[in-house]
Design a protein around this ligand. Structure first.
Ligand code: ADE
Length: 439
């Protein structure tokens, strides 16, 4: 069905994709409401939107919402292991230029991003900033026609802000991740649940009674720790930020440096956005059988190169679960360290090649939460079009959408979930805006 994918995309896959996308639509009511409005208003008439996002059923709902708004769309994946091939088959059948397959090589990953760049987008939608980066590095000649971009994730926003600081950012980008209706929900409830979905699908491990080490206590780490605790795990949090560490402490978790946590953990989960959070020195201290998973954007949080070098054997135990044998036999036994040193070959398990475990071994965040994030993407793209056409009013900076957008998304979601809320009385409004009433 599709030339750019080496996998065979069958009609059966397209049918499965159709069913999955329909199921996602039924759980993404807020985004479907935006689709209804876009269908009438066509905010993206004559615009091309180039995307590098995880190619999932939820992303397909976003793609079709943008198309309903008049856009032509091309999409590549933003991670080699996150693509749902049935969704590729579905989108391809729908005539959307889709460049992705699950397990794509690094070479194909960048080739597919290039395909999206060659589509000459007016608006980019990114998750992790690889699309923006590739355009700036290799296709700067396209920048004058680009109206702006939207970024989905914390890691991408960090990269964009670094580009902005260096004066390297050459078109405006909206940090969709900074919407309250994104990071307070997607990162917390989404990552909290889907990370465990991935770990459990990959291992079928019982979580109750295990010691789980969560590296990073941002919105994602908080969600992962909360769900671990809910399943009966003993949770240890590692942090570099004093305020977050204090929060973790008062949330009831043990807090300590990774060096101390390393010998204690049964399961390690990185969600920091940084590199080598689990390094050689930590892996050397871990118990045999420890499981290592990452739920941060890039596969750099666990130092896999160091693990590969330390390992004397490596085998796939089952999909998304690799066993590394680390033997101390290269080291001469030191009699003072005890008789069992020469028997101390141990194994460590790495899940999903250290890539985002929720998308590698499971299906990513559930549709309900992605609806909120993707309402943010749809409205950010519309905001760019409105602010850049006919006259360009934005500068080459990282933008946060106005609060009113969050309020619109939250209200639409509450309506869709059948939840109603109170409104302020005139007396309360006056009280909140006054300063004369006290004790
Ligand atoms: N990121 C996390 N979960 C996702 C999903 N289901 N679809 C797209 N991006 C995601």
């Amino acid at each position: 069905m599709q030339k750019s994918s080496p996998i065979k995309l069958s009609p059966a896959q397209a049918l499965q994709g159709t069913r999955n996308v329909q199921l996602a639509e039924s759980n993404m009511a807020p985004l479907m409401r935006i689709r209804e409005r876009f269908t009438k208003e066509k905010p993206f008439k004559n615009l091309r939107i180039g995307m590098a996002l995880h190619v999932t059923k939820e992303t397909a709902v976003l793609v079709e919402t943008l198309v309903a708004g008049g856009a032509k769309v091309a999409i590549a994946s933003c991670n080699p292991l996150s693509t749902q091939d049935d969704v590729v088959a579905y989108l391809t059948k729908k005539g959307i230029a889709t460049y992705a397959y699950k397990g794509e090589s690094t070479k194909d990953y960048y080739r597919f991003i290039k395909n999206v760049i060659e589509f000459k987008p007016h608006i980019t939608i990114d998750d992790g900033c690889d699309l923006v980066y590739e355009i700036h590095q290799h296709n700067a000649e396209l920048i004058p026609q680009i109206l702006g971009g939207c970024e989905e994730t914390t890691t991408g926003v960090v990269r964009l802000k670094a580009m902005e600081k260096d004066g390297a950012l050459k078109y405006p980008v909206v940090a969709v991740n900074d919407n309250k209706t994104k990071h307070l929900f997607d990162n917390y409830y989404g990552t909290g649940q889907s990370t465990w979905d991935g770990i459990i699908r990959a291992t079928n491990l019982l979580i109750a009674g295990k010691t789980v080490v969560v590296a990073g206590y941002g919105s994602c780490g908080r969600g992962v720790a909360l769900r671990a605790q809910g399943m009966g795990a003993h949770v240890i949090v590692t942090e570099v930020d004093a305020v977050r560490a204090l929060q973790a402490h008062m949330d009831g978790y043990m807090v300590m440096p990774m060096n101390q946590a390393a010998p204690l953990g049964d399961v390690f989960i990185t969600v920091t956005g940084d590199k080598h959070v689990i390094d050689e020195q930590h892996m050397k201290k871990m118990k045999s059988g420890a499981i290592l998973a990452n739920s941060g954007h890039f596969n750099s949080e666990i130092n896999l190169d160091a693990l590969e070098k330390m390992a004397t054997a490596k085998k796939e135990i089952r999909p998304f679960m690799t066993e590394y044998t680390i033997s101390n036999s290269k080291k001469l036994p030191n009699p003072k360290e005890g008789a069992n040193l020469n028997k101390s070959a141990k194994v460590l398990y790495v899940l999903g090649e250290g890539r985002l475990i929720n998308l590698a071994a499971a299906e990513g965040h559930p549709s309900e939460v992605m609806a909120l994030s993707f309402c943010g993407q749809a409205l950010a793209a519309e905001w760019i079009a409105k602010n850049q056409i006919p006259k360009r009013t934005l500068s080459n900076a990282v933008y946060t959408l106005p609060d009113s957008v969050d309020v619109t998304i939250a209200k639409t979601a509450l309506t869709a979930f059948g939840v109603s809320i109170d409104t302020l009385t005139a007396e309360q409004k006056a009280y909140l805006s006054g300063w004369k009433e006290g004790t």
